[in-house]
Ligand binder design. Structure first.
Ligand code: ADP
Ligand code: MG
Length: 459
């Protein structure tokens, strides 16, 4: 399968070749032709599977083809010029994007914009800009004044601009909801509905999500027309290329010691350590720095500038260990991340999937290690149910838990036999669930997900 065979415009093929892409990923192979044919799409596919290009390539193709036919409309700047020519004072002309991509977080929006720039290097006329919370207002106005074809935005800030008349969606042709499940989790449902209601009925709509069950499926059906359903590899959550394991810890001291030990593994290129709270992210980053690791924190309380600097430092390798909260780390795509550590388990099983998806990017291998208090065994079980995979428990010599982990009624496991097992650092054989055991309650976890998050709700 080649990109040519998907029917993409030569300008796009050239950009992809320059970017080193040799063939489409499975989700791209399915989504691109369907989107070029004008279909609405509902897509679930795991993180790192290339979803950005799956919606951006066919959209760019559409713009490239339209430009070739010379069907570009009057830009607001031309409208303003026309007004001047008539001797009228031009009003502020709202931006009239042709494509809108909604994402849950600022980081993700910036990533989509960067990827778009990469895919459109050969198309001089296409501009993509991000409109984000935390960005200085004059800067946003400047970006909108360029009347970009493609707008990438988090819902909250976008609505501010819509309400003040800076954006007009009457010319919108394509609407993309990226990580829709996550946007709903973050409470953006009403914002999304409002935004969608301001876009033309004639638009093409593409929705991407880890899952299409529940609320997401609901909204998906309402905003799409006769959508093509694309579900890659059955479960979107398997992460076959990521080796997962659990270490039990007795207390915080034990957890800290074990983390320091694990971080000294020479196999680590770069790592992300996930914490439950912003404060923990700061504290642990400070502690690791003192211990000699090149560590930095990333969380929602930091200014956008500081977040970008930290991410850039991670990208160029100055930072080796990023200590992050869920929302801040959403969508981070740094190929050097070989390891993910859950210093705290996430509240929701989906977050676990997104966390470990920070490693093993673009087909590489990755390792995901969770440090788990004995009382949290039940959370591990939930994650296993959600991912339909069992996670081996590992014990490292010198870092054995004093208490033996004692989840109830585990088949094939006797109390006490975990202590000396797997001491060479290889994952032990013990698991919470029998591999391949049938799980009739696989979807049950999503039901009880109300409750506050420890991180900011808005991107
Ligand atoms: P997702 O949104 O599914 O998590 P991304 O769109 O962020 O995935 O892509 C993940 C990584 O894979 C990015 O670094 C991207 O540049 C790379 N990638 C995407 N498509 C291809 C391809 N066809 N060939 C090689 N690399 C690709
Ligand atoms: Mg993505």
């Amino acid at each position: 399968m080649t990109f040519e065979s998907l029917g993409l415009h030569p300008q796009i093929i050239k950009a992809l070749t320059d970017a080193g892409y040799t063939e489409p990923t499975p989700v791209q192979a399915q989504a691109v032709p369907a989107a070029i044919a004008g279909r609405d799409l509902l897509v679930s596919s795991q993180t790192g599977s290339g979803k950005t290009a799956a919606f951006m390539l066919p959209s760019l193709h559409k713009f490239a083809s339209a430009a070739a036919e010379g069907s570009a409309g009057k830009t607001p700047n031309q409208q303003a010029q026309a007004a001047r020519a008539r001797g009228e004072r031009p009003r502020f002309a709202p931006a009239q994007p042709k494509m809108l991509v909604l994402t849950p977080t600022r980081e993700l929006a910036l990533q989509v914009t960067t990827a778009t720039d990469k895919y459109s290097t050969q198309m001089r006329r296409v501009k993509a800009v991000s409109i984000l919370g935390g960005m200085p207002y004059p800067k946003q106005m400047q970006l909108l004044a360029r009347n970009p074809e493609i707008l990438v935005a988090t819902p909250g800030r976008l609505i501010d601009h819509m309400e003040s008349g800076k954006i007009d969606f009457s010319q919108l042709e394509i609407l993309v909801l990226d990580e829709a499940d996550r946007m709903l989790d973050m409470g953006f449902i009403e914002d999304i509905e409002l935004i969608v209601s301001r876009t033309p009925e004639t638009r093409q709509t593409m929705l991407f999500s880890a899952t299409l069950d529940g609320m997401v499926g609901n909204i998906a059906r309402r905003i799409t027309k006769d959508p093509q359903l694309i579900q890659i590899s059955g479960s979107s959550t398997r992460h076959e290329n990521i080796q997962q394991r659990v270490h039990f810890v007795d207390d915080l001291l034990h957890k800290n010691r074990l983390l320091d030990h694990l971080l000294r593994d020479v196999a680590i290129d770069q790592a992300v350590v996930f914490t439950a709270t912003k404060r923990d992210a700061d504290t642990i980053a400070d502690r690791l720095n003192i211990a000699g690791f090149a560590a930095a924190a990333l969380h929602g309380d930091m200014h956008q500038g500081a977040r970008n600097r930290t991410l850039n430092a991670m990208r160029n390798g100055q930072v080796r260990v990023l200590v992050a909260t869920d929302v801040a780390a959403r969508g981070i795509d740094v190929p050097g991340i070989t390891h993910v550590f859950n210093f705290d388990l996430p509240k929701f099983a989906e977050d676990y999937v997104h966390r470990i998806g920070r490693t093993g990017r673009a087909g590489r291998k990755g390792i995901a290690v969770s440090l788990v208090n004995h009382a949290e065994g039940v959370h591990v079980k939930r994650i296993e149910r959600f991912t339909k995979q069992s996670i081996p428990v590992d014990v490292i010599e010198g870092y054995e838990p004093r208490k033996s982990a004692a989840p109830r009624a585990r088949p094939g496991w006797k109390p006490g036999d975990g202590r000396k097992q797997g001491s060479g650092g290889k994952p032990g054989q013990r698991t919470f669930a029998k591999p391949g055991a049938p799980r009739k309650d696989g979807g049950g976890y999503r039901g009880n997900r109300e409750g506050g998050r420890s991180d900011g709700r808005r991107g």
